[in-house]
Design a protein around this ligand. Structure first.
Ligand SMILES: Nc1ncnc2c1ncn2[C@@H]1O[C@H](COP(=O)(O)OP(=O)(O)OP(=O)(O)O)[C@@H](O)[C@H]1O
Ligand SMILES: [Mg+2]
Length: 357
């Protein structure tokens, strides 16, 4: 088990800068999830840590040791890839045993480790099968088993669940969390699924264009997004955004609607008078409709989910989504009267897109 540290980590392909100076300290036993849109450099960062890709600048440490130039097999890292990369002609047992054999681990030790890992993952009855005789979820577990038996200092996962259907994804996600609780190894996990990030991570690292946009616990990135990008990326359905201007302790939206801003006692509006802002409101932070609520908008679409109802409504030129109680079922075309929990209103600078706090 080990800590991992990136200092000013850089990667360029020719003149193209892909990873632009990442600084990150990952603690021993920590579960860190890297998220971000396609092409932001998630896999490249993992591959540099694993030694599968050279670095163009900066430093990578595993524990106290600088590993910049160390070949992959000397880094004591196990990586689980999106496509599993199992050997098709080997059985499950042979797939799991292979890297241990190469490292000269004794046969009875290999057997003991495989038996233990297979039991942990519920694949004990599949050890004699070949990958073609397994379901996607079973293959995924074998790929994890193959990493576990190595007992590495650090596990790297690159979108390990993206080939699974939604239900299985949920199941295996829970298993990965259980696994981390059981073995406690440092895990760095890449996904572009924000639900996976929120549910698995001790800390989430949000990447954008090869740079870190924000690092924080799931609660921190959910409650205090540092930018419009993070606000929109974390949370589902996504945060609503609408442009407005701060006037006398209120937001005045483009369409003329007013929303009071009595946040933090004296008010979040302090020092923001006249400022153009983007207001961020999560769908779950609208408060129940009814007469006398500050906002009103025409209902466009209503989606009953059973557990709650999503209402899409127009506010000026913006369409907002509210998640409300399941029994609320307004009709399309109706005028909805709705408020917002004032402590949950996010304000971003309209020009820089950074949070105003
Ligand atoms: N060998 C290469 N030569 C040139 N550009 C590359 C090379 N490998 C990756 N890139 C570019 O680097 C960028 C980052 O790629 P990377 O695979 O790290 O993205 P990612 O965040 O993992 O995205 P995804 O979510 O799609 O997997 C992409 O724009 C990609 O096109
Ligand atoms: Mg990738």
């Amino acid at each position: 088990m080990s800590s991992v540290s990136f200092r000013r980590l850089e990667k360029s392909y020719g003149s193209l800068r892909i990873v632009k100076g990442i600084d990150l300290e990952i603690a021993d036993r920590e579960f860190v999830v890297l998220v971000g849109p396609s092409g932001c450099g998630k896999s490249t960062t993992l591959r540099m840590l694993a030694g599968l890709e050279s670095i163009s600048g900066g430093e990578i440490r595993i524990g106290e040791k600088v590993v910049n130039k160390l070949p992959p097999r000397e880094r004591d890292i196990a990586m689980v890839f999106q496509d599993y990369a199992l050997y098709p002609h080997k059985t499950v047992y042979e797939n799991m045993a292979f890297s241990l054999k190469v490292r000269g681990v004794a046969a009875d030790e290999i057997k003991a480790r495989i038996t233990q890992a297979a039991e942990m993952l519920g694949i004990g009855q599949l050890l004699e099968r070949r990958p073609s005789q397994l379901s996607g979820g079973q293959r995924q577990r074998v790929a994890m088993g193959r990493a576990i038996v190595r007992r590495p200092q650090v596990f790297l996962f690159d979108e390990p669940l993206s080939n699974l259907d939604a239900k299985l994804r949920g199941q295996v996600r829970t298993e990965i969390k259980r696994l981390h609780q059981a073995i406690g190894t440092t895990i760095i996990y890449v996904t572009h699924d924000q639900v996976e990030a929120m549910t698995l991570a001790d800390r989430i690292v949000i990447l954008k264009g090869g740079e870190i946009e924000q690092v924080g616990t799931p609660d921190e990135v959910y409650n205090s997004p540092a930018s419009i990008f993070v606000g929109g990326f974390i949370g589902s359905p996504a945060m609503n955004f609408a442009k407005g201007v701060v006037q006398s302790g209120e937001i005045v939206f483009d369409g003329g609607e007013h929303l009071p801003l009595h946040r933090n006692g004296a008010g979040k509006a302090n020092g923001l008078e006249g400022r153009e802002v983007v207001v961020g409101i999560r769908p779950e932070h609208f408060v129940s409709a009814g007469e006398g609520q500050p906002l009103s908008g025409r209902v466009q679409v209503v989606e009953p989910l059973g557990s709650d109802t999503l209402i899409h409504f127009a506010l000026g030129s913006a369409t907002l989504t509210a998640r409300v109680a399941p029994e609320m079922r307004p009709q399309p075309g109706e005028i909805l009267s709705i408020g917002v929990d004032p402590s949950r209103i996010h304000l971003f600078d309209a020009a820089t897109e950074r949070a105003l706090n």
